[in-house]
Every structure is written in structure tokens, then in C-alpha cells.
Design a protein. Structure first.
Ligand code: BGC
Length: 721
């Protein structure tokens, strides 16, 4: 088995949405869905831009899809050689994880089309395609190549005022509706001379129409270069797009390909986990690492990653806690610059978080549950549509999932502890920690006897139970946040005056005095037979099986949570909650209690979120449940190979890639199986290899140096790279 690629034979338009994700090319700046070059909107083509958002009327704000600069469509003797229009004799498509190259080969009978394309890792504005047409009959071939504006949007259209330009590079440019951001896409093309050529501007974009007389047995190849820029990149995106794609054309496809492959080689050198003993697992790990690495912001030092990566507009292209808790670990251990960028994004969006807290009548920083550019809250009050009534359902993720601020603090602290680098705290990180702690001080409810502090009306990671009191996970996260704020004084002990100045600047004196007092009093959860109660009253809910709850569904797409959901009145939970707490705070339970909690909660967990299985797997490693850990590892790592995972929440489409699982797969392998711990640049391992795995070998970066962790069934070593 080739553990470095995924191949699919056959074409079914019904799989187009899923395949667009599984065969995605991306480079952190844009995501190019894995659909054929000739695809119209029904096959969901998209070039999704990182960090560019727009809203149409009162629909959901979402990322902008750029016009498709790699649009190509062949017609032979008047017949379209196009999937979706002509049934192929056979079709094969492939993504190569090592190089991020998408390949397709479609035999339409009269002609075979083959292409290779990629989103350049060497120049993030560029996408390239080499398109080869082999003919089986004589006649006239017409190739339309250009920038297509007939693209897929969920809540669009986002672009208007299109203007086109012909010439050596074709150009389409337009403006987003809400903020007037200019988006420019250019395309140039290289092919052998001969035949006629004209340029057409239509409602669907700007195209070069190339006509050739072809003979059976002949081959015609074109190389296509496309560049995307927006006015967020610079003052003249139109000029930059044209210049960049003409420069690429000048350099040629092969040279651009070499630079791209080299960039990917560097990424793999810093992050590849080699797993020997099970090819399916090795392939799934490559897939996971490919997908997470492909969407990492390498062109910016202050961008984060949306929950569905760059695979489209689902989840509004928003940044969730997924970034800090699930993506961050792989990056901080292998490519700390990217981890830094995720956190810089939160530092920069602190004003948005302060504004959100204010809107709810609190002080401090309440980060958006679904954060868009500048810290805009993308989460609406109605995030689900009821499948029976078709009415929007009031959901409370935005208002009540308050652990988000503490999650940001958790990652800030981890960054400091793992890398030993204090600069991020100095550059605004300390301020974020203090403002998040202040938010919890203002959100806390002191009990009448003043001896206990509750956090009432919250939602924990298990979103099916809304508006609960004292969610164990949330309270633990808050404890950690307040404690981190208090420990800042120690972190800055060599510059006490600077820290005091910060407290003064934030008018923090009174809050500072409160921190320790509240921290001591935060409610502790009830423990029954060694099992921690997920929230006050959870044990009193109906205790029934997952199958029982599933059998009560009247529609497979029905939402399980909220007031009317089938799970709400039961102990069935959506995703790891108490166990997520155990995974993030290894000392919170002794092993026997961890075992009891694991055994209690796992059968009661739907794993209805792709964030769940990895938390159970990580904790399973600790208590020696290695067989279970292995199964959950496969479930996590294979998600973007199989394409499985929930596609619907009520009537809302939520499909896409699953970066949190991708990061989860890295966590299970490195933190779980290898037992990796890094602190202040020091590395420790504590191997717990499932018996199927013969060897696990991977790099980590500590204090700017690279080390190799090499684990076999006989034990583990830490080697200099
Ligand atoms: C999960 C959240 C997660 C979000 C984005 C939801 O289904 O419950 O925990 O942050 O998806 O991945």
C-alpha cells in the first residue's frame, strides 16, 4: 500500500462534496477543492481564501471564495469532455500527501484528460495545473481556459462589480460587498504554438479559447498559472496577480513544481511521524499531517486556522477552540512559529473579546466562540435549523461556551512552558491572560455563604447539554486561567516594575486581590464511585444507552442537543468533556479515577464531534487501554481519508476537512503513544506503543534545535537530528 497517497477510481457527482475535501490542495493562504478543472457550482469548486470574510444581507458571514483561476474545459468535435456533462469511461483521482499534488485522469472515450495541479507552498498566491489531452479521434479540439466566476458559495454571492482584462495574463477582479475588499485572480498559460486563439468575456468570467486541429494519437499539453491577491495583501492586487502569474509562466511549470516540492520536503522534515507496522495507520497519519500542514499560515505571523481549514465555507470559516486545544500541539512541538501565529491572532483580537464581554455586561475578555477577522463573533444566536419545522433553533454556544477564553490562556501558557520563550507574553500575551481572568471574576457567582463560587449557566465541550451549572471542564479551565494570571508575577519576577506597570495600566489592583480568593472557592464537582459529575445534576438525568437515544430519532439529521434534542434529558453526551479535562490536565485524576471516568463516560459518548475520539485515546494511553486507544486513533486519523464524520447539524451542512482530528492524530501518536513531554526546551518520553506498531519516529523542535524521537517495542530514544 502506498502510504503517501489516496486514490479514488470512478466518478459519482453525489460524492463531489466529500471528494472536494479529501482531495484538497492548500497552502495556508488558499484552499483549492479537489474537484475537476471543468467543474461548475454543482460539483462545489472553491478557492477559499484565509482570513477574508464577507456578509451578504443577514446571511451568515463566511470566508470568500475567489474566482477559479484554474478553470479548463475541453470540447472535442462539439462534445464536452467534462465530468458532470459526459459520463467517463473511467476516472481516477489522487492526492499525493508528500507533495500536495492533485492528479486526475479521465477517459472520456474520444479523449483522455490528465492533469497535475497544486497550490504552491513556495509562493502562496500561486496555483498551477499541467493539463494533458490525448486524442483518440481526429477533429477540432477547443479548450476554454480562464478565470471562472461561476463558483460555489454557501451564503454568497460575495463578489460583484466584476471587471476583466485580456492580454498575456487574463484578469478578473471584483469587490466584496461588505467591506469592499478587492479580489483579483489572473491566469496565464503556456502551450506549443499553433491554432487559433481568442479571448471571451462572459457572465461566467474571462476565458481564452484555443482551437486546434488534432489527430487521433496526438497529445496537447498546456501549463496553467494562476495567482490570487486581495487588497489585504497590498495596494494593487490586480497588478500583483498579473505580475505573479506571468513570472511563474516565465519560470515554467517544472521550476515552480520543484520549489513547491522542496517547501513540502522541509515541512515533512520538521513534522513527519513515521509509523511502521501498519500501513493503513501510516497512511492515515500522513493524511492527517498533510491536511493540517497544508492549512497552516506560513505567509503570515498573525493568522489562525478555521475549524474546517480551507476546505470551504462551512462553520463560517471561523476559528474555534479547536485552534488552541487541537491544532496548537503539533505546531508548538514541531514548527513553533506557526503556534506563535495562532496565538498572535488571539492577542491581536483581544479588543474584539473585550467588546464581546462588554456586550454581555461583563468585564475582561470573552473570546468569540466562532472568531472571524479582527475577533468578530461569527456565531449567531440560531446556529441550528430544526429539520421538522425548518425554523432556526436558539442555541447558546455564543453566549455560554465561556471556556473559550480559558482555552486561549491554556495555549498561551503551554507555549511559554514548552518553548521557554517569554516574548509572546511580553508582546500582549500577559495582557490577554489578565483580561481573560478578569472576565471569569466578573462572570463568577458567589454562593450565599460566600464560601463557594459557581459558574452557572454555561455550556461545556458537550454541547448537547446547554445552560448547566458548574461544568467540571469549564471550572477546571477557569481555575487554570486564574492560576496562570497569578503566576505571571513569578514569570516576570526579573522585571517586577514592568509587571506592576501593566497591572496599573489595566486598573487591575482590585481584581488582582480577588484572583486568589475566587480561585480557592471555585466549586468542585460531585464524585460518585470515583466518577466526576460532568455538571451539577448530570447524574440525575436518564441513564440510557446510546442506541436507545439513537432509536428515538425521527430523522437522521435531527439535532441531538438543545431544548428538544433527544440527548438533552439523558446522560448521553456529544463529545469528550470530563475526559477532555483529564487529557488536558494529566494530574487532575489519579489513574484509578481516570479509569473509572473513562469507563463511565466512553459508552455514554456519541463522538458526535471529530474533537472527541482523540481525547479518549490520549487518556486511554495513560491507563494502559492500548487496544481502545488504537481504535480511537484510527477513527481520528482516518477521518479525512474516509471522509466520514457528520455532514449535517439539523439542516445546516457542516462538511469539510477535520483539522482538529488531524491535530488529534498527532497528539495521540506523539503525546499518547510516545508519551512526549516538553518543558522549557527539555524533552521526556514515556513510550506506550500499541502492539501493532513496530516503530514510531518523529522530529520535535526544542529551543530552536531539532531532535528525533525514536520508539520501538524495546523502548525509546531521543536523538539529535
Ligand atoms: C464541536 C465544537 C467544535 C466545533 C468546530 C462542534 O461540533 O462541538 O467543540 O469547536 O464543532 O469544530
Amino acid at each position: 500500500m502506498d502510504t503517501w497517497s489516496l486514490e479514488k477510481i470512478g466518478f459519482n457527482p453525489k460524492d463531489a462534496a466529500l471528494d472536494g475535501n479529501r482531495f484538497l490542495c492548500a497552502n495556508g493562504y488558499l484552499g483549492l477543492r479537489g474537484v475537476p478543472e471543468e467543474a461548475g457550482p454543482s460539483l462545489f469548486p472553491a478557492v477559499t481564501l484565509a482570513g477574508v470574510y464577507d456578509q451578504v444581507q443577514d446571511r451568515w458571514r463566511e470566508p470568500v471564495n475567489a474566482p477559479n483561476g484554474l478553470y479548463l474545459r475541453l470540447t472535442l468535435n462539439g462534445r464536452p469532455m467534462a465530468l458532470g456533462k459526459t459520463d467517463p469511461v473511467c476516472h481516477r483521482q489522487k492526492i499525493d500527501y508528500r507533495s500536495g499534488i492533485f492528479e486526475r485522469e479521465t477517459d472520456f472515450g474520444p479523449a483522455i484528460v490528465r492533469s497535475h495541479r497544486f497550490a504552491s507552498m513556495a509562493d502562496c498566491h500561486l496555483t498551477l495545473d499541467r493539463y494533458e489531452m490525448r486524442f483518440r479521434e481526429d477533429g477540432e479540439a477547443v479548450l476554454r481556459a480562464g478565470v471562472s466566476t461561476d463558483i460555489w458559495d454557501i451564503n454568497g454571492p460575495h463578489l460583484s462589480g466584476f471587471a476583466y482584462q485580456g492580454g498575456d495574463a487574463l484578469l478578473a477582479h471584483a469587490l466584496t460587498g461588505e467591506k469592499g475588499i478587492r479580489v483579483a485572480v489572473a491566469q496565464s498559460l503556456r502551450t506549443e504554438d499553433g491554432g487559433e486563439e481568442s479571448v471571451e468575456e462572459t457572465e461566467q468570467g474571462v476565458f481564452r479559447v484555443l482551437r486546434r486541429a488534432v489527430q487521433a494519437g496526438s497529445v496537447w499539453t498546456v501549463s496553467v498559472f494562476s495567482a490570487v491577491f486581495t487588497s489585504l495583501d497590498g495596494a494593487d492586487p490586480e497588478k500583483a496577480a498579473v505580475k505573479t502569474c506571468l513570472r511563474a509562466k516565465e519560470e515554467g511549470f517544472s521550476a515552480c513544481l520543484r520549489a513547491h516540492e522542496e517547501a513540502w520536503e522541509n515541512i515533512w522534515e520538521s513534522s513527519e511521524i513515521v509509523l511502521e507496522g501498519d500501513d493503513t495507520a501510516a497512511r492515515a497519519l500522513h493524511a492527517s499531517q498533510y491536511h493540517l500542514n497544508a492549512i497552516a499560515p506560513r505567509h503570515s505571523d498573525r493568522l489562525s486556522i478555521p475549524a474546517r481549514g480551507l476546505s470551504g465555507q462551512t462553520y463560517k470559516g471561523a476559528v474555534f477552540w479547536d485552534s488552541e486545544i487541537f491544532f496548537f500541539p503539533m505546531f508548538v512541538h514541531t514548527q513553533p512559529k506557526i503556534a506563535r501565529s495562532l496565538l498572535r491572532y488571539r492577542i491581536d483580537t483581544l479588543p474584539g473579546a473585550i467588546k464581546k464581554a462588554e456586550e454581555y455586561g461583563y468585564r475582561g475578555a470573552f473570546y468569540p466562540w466562532e472568531s472571524q477577522e479582527g475577533g468578530v463573533e461569527g456565531c449567531t444566536n440560531f446556529n441550528v435549523v430544526d429539520v421538522f419545522t425548518h425554523r432556526p433553533v436558539r442555541t447558546y454556544f455564543r453566549d455560554k461556551q465561556i471556556h473559550i477564553s480559558a482555552d486561549v490562556v491554556y495555549a498561551l501558557r503551554s507555549y511559554y512552558e514548552i518553548t521557554g520563550d517569554r516574548s509572546l507574553l511580553e508582546e500582549g500575551g500577559a495582557r490577554v491572560i489578565l483580561e481573560c481572568a478578569r472576565f471569569y471574576l466578573s462572570r463568577a457567582c458567589a454562593h450565599v455563604d460566600d464560601e463557594r463560587v459557581d459558574f452557572d449557566d454555561v455550556i461545556g465541550p458537550d454541547e448537547y447539554h446547554e445552560r448547566v451549572r458548574n461544568n467540571a471542564f469549564t471550572n477546571q479551565m477557569i481555575r487554570h486561567c486564574l492560576n496562570t494570571a497569578l503566576e505571571l508575577r513569578e514569570v516576570f519576577s526579573d522585571r517586577p516594575e514592568r509587571f506592576s506597570a501593566l497591572l496599573r495600566e489595566l486598573h487591575y489592583e482590585k481584581d488582582w486581590a480577588l484572583l486568589a480568593r475566587v480561585l480557592e472557592r471555585i466549586s468542585r464537582p460531585r464524585v460518585k464511585n470515583g466518577v466526576t459529575e460532568q455538571f451539577d445534576g448530570y447524574f440525575d438525568l436518564e441513564d440510557c444507552s446510546l442506541d436507545m437515544v439513537r432509536s428515538r430519532l425521527r430523522d437522521p439529521r435531527e439535532y441531538w442537543g438543545g431544548d428538544h434534542g433527544v440527548a438533552g434529558t439523558t446522560q448521553i453526551i456529544k463529545q469528550a468533556d470530563v475526559i477532555a479535562m483529564a487529557a488536558l490536565f494529566p494530574d487532575v485524576f489519579p489513574d484509578d479515577q481516570l479509569n473509572a471516568n473513562w469507563a463511565y463516560y466512553e459508552p455514554r459518548t456519541e463522538h458526535g464531534s471529530s474533537l472527541s475520539a482523540c481525547m479518549y485515546a490520549l487518556t486511554a494511553c495513560r491507563i494502559g487501554r492500548l487496544e481502545e486507544a488504537w481504535k480511537l486513533f484510527l477513527k481520528t486519523a482516518e477521518i479525512d481519508v474516509s471522509g466520514e464524520g457528520k455532514q449535517w447539524a439539523g439542516e445546516i451542512y457542516i462538511g469539510g476537512t477535520h483539522p482538529a482530528s488531524n491535530g488529534g492524530a498527532w497528539m495521540i501518536a506523539a503525546l499518547g503513544f510516545a508519551g512526549l513531554k516538553m518543558r522549557n526546551g527539555r524533552i521526556e518520553i514515556n513510550p506506550r506503543l500499541p502492539k501493532t506498531v513496530k516503530r514510531l519516529r518523529f522530529p520535535v523542535t526544542a529551543s530552536g534545535k531539532r531532535f528525533i524521537i525514536d520508539i520501538t517495542q524495546a523502548g525509546g530514544k531521543i536523538l539529535p537530528a
